[in-house]
Design a protein around this ligand. Structure first.
Ligand SMILES: Cc1cc2nc3c(=O)[nH]c(=O)nc-3n(C[C@H](O)[C@H](O)[C@H](O)COP(=O)(O)OP(=O)(O)OC[C@H]3O[C@@H](n4cnc5c(N)ncnc54)[C@H](O)[C@@H]3O)c2cc1C
Length: 404
């Protein structure tokens, strides 16, 4: 049986970030951190690849420049119920990558900095033992003192060692269409689009159009995100997406086109406050722990989870104390946990029975849009401010007007 101090299962953004933060804090760990991934990078990942500005800050903290091809957007066109349209041009917006190239670059960096990465190695079973965890793969058996579950939304680590909440599983479906086959102007306008109109039909999510480059060719990535607890069926989601794609066609049609482009779906496991994220010898990060439920954005969170986990693992290794009793509570008190909890609340408001009210408020106030976007995107330090500071910033000019 092979042994390693830390075994990270999954070499996506959460797993590689955990390894990189561990190695940054303690370079002596090189050779003692093992990442296992069932895929071989560069691997396909079903994802729109939007990196909010805060993601780039997380990368900078790890001295990783964004070198892979990407498309920058600096405006967002948003449709909200019952039929309002909003154009936002501040808040920092987004850089859009393809995940095969992006994740591969993270894997190469982690390897270059001392992490051992075994690819094409699928974890089949995890067995808790007195002094750690036995990890059984299709190739070998390992013993480790710390398992990091970075194995994505369907996490085996979560299911076998921590506990699962199947109600938290939503999904996203997407396809890529060459821009030249559409009338979509977003690519040239450096814009991405969000369509929340189907919330009125029961969707707990939205449709999107993101510009992207596939082998250098401009494409539009079209997709639909849906929380798990919706009354819409899988067929409904496919229908809504097909209609969205058809609306971009040179001959716009309210009905799906035939043949429609290839749709690819993937589950998204949403974060919910209070759910356990660790047990002795085991911590969860990234989608395995939970993506933010409002928009399903998970890459910046994956990088942040990685940092948080590293900060919990380092003292555990030094003290040889692996209960991780404070991990879940500590995360919920951290800036990362607070942001996730707020987005969990916003998802309930915007996709719940009073959604119309919240969309009307958001569509009406430019200041709310601008402040909300800056907070979400993590620009100008807005994500570090307290809820009161944000509310004050949104309301203050009105209060001053009333007082004056
Ligand atoms: C359609 C869609 C669009 C999205 N768009 C965006 C977006 O624009 N911006 C954004 O920020 N987020 C987006 N997300 C969410 C984002 O993709 C995830 O939050 C992000 O990938 C989470 O990273 P991770 O490292 O936790 O998990 P993953 O990226 O899923 O990585 C998990 C890794 O674990 C490996 N693995 C899984 N099981 C095993 C096993 N048993 N043994 C070994 N290895 C295993 C996998 O091969 C994989 O490499 C989108 C998601 C979907 C589905």
């Amino acid at each position: 049986m092979l042994a390693s101090d830390v075994i990270i299962i999954g070499a996506g953004p959460a797993g590689t970030a955990t390894a990189l933060h561990l190695l940054k804090a303690d370079p002596a760990l090189a050779g003692n951190i093992l990442l296992l991934d069932k895929a071989v990078h560069p691997r396909e990942k079903i994802c729109a690849g939007g990196l909010i500005p805060h993601t780039l800050d997380c990368l900078k903290e790890l001295d990783i420049p964004l070198t892979v091809p990407h498309v920058r957007v600096d405006r967002a066109f948003i449709r909200v119920p019952p039929g309002r349209e909003v154009l936002c041009q501040d808040g920092g917006m987004c850089s859009i990558v393809r995940r095969d190239a992006f994740d591969f670059s993270l894997v190469q960096t982690a390897r270059a900095r001392g992490a051992e990465i075994r690819e094409g190695e699928k974890v089949l079973e995890l067995v808790r033992e007195v002094s750690g965890v036995r990890v059984v793969t299709n190739k070998d058996t390992y013993h480790t003192r710390v398992v990091v579950g970075a194995d994505g939304s369907g996490s085996r680590v979560r299911r076998q060692l921590v506990g699962d909440a199947s109600s938290a599983v939503g999904k996203a479906i997407m396809c890529d269409v060459p821009v030249k086959e559409t009338t979509w102007e977003g690519f040239l306008a450096r814009r991405y689009d969000f369509n929340f109109l189907p919330v009125a039909q029961g969707l707990k999510g939205y449709l999107w159009e993101f510009p992207c480059l596939i082998r250098g060719i401009p494409h539009v990535n079209v997709g639909i995100y849906s929380l798990g607890n919706t009354r819409l069926t899988n067929a409904d989601l496919h229908y809504l997406l097909a209609c969205e794609v058809a609306s971009l066609s040179p001959v716009p049609s309210p009905q799906p086109l035939t043949p429609s482009p290839k749709f690819r779906a993937f589950p998204i496991y949403g974060y919910a406050p209070g759910r356990p994220l660790a047990t002795p010898h085991v911590v969860l990060v990234g989608d395995a722990a939970g993506a933010e439920p409002l928009m399903g954005e998970g890459i910046s969170f994956a990088l942040e989870y990685g940092k948080f986990a590293a900060q919990a693992i380092l003292p555990a290794l030094r003290a040889k104390q692996f209960d991780f009793l404070q991990y879940t509570e500590g995360l919920s008190r951290s800036r990362l946990g607070k942001k996730l909890a707020r987005l969990h609340l916003f998802a309930r408001l915007f996709y719940g029975s009073t959604s119309r009210l919240w969309f009307a408020l958001a569509a009406r106030s430019r200041r709310l849009q601008s402040t909300g976007l800056k907070w979400y995107n993590g620009v100008e330090g807005w994500h570090q401010r307290s809820g009161w500071e944000i509310v004050r910033a949104v309301l203050q000019p009105d209060m001053e007007r009333i007082r004056g």
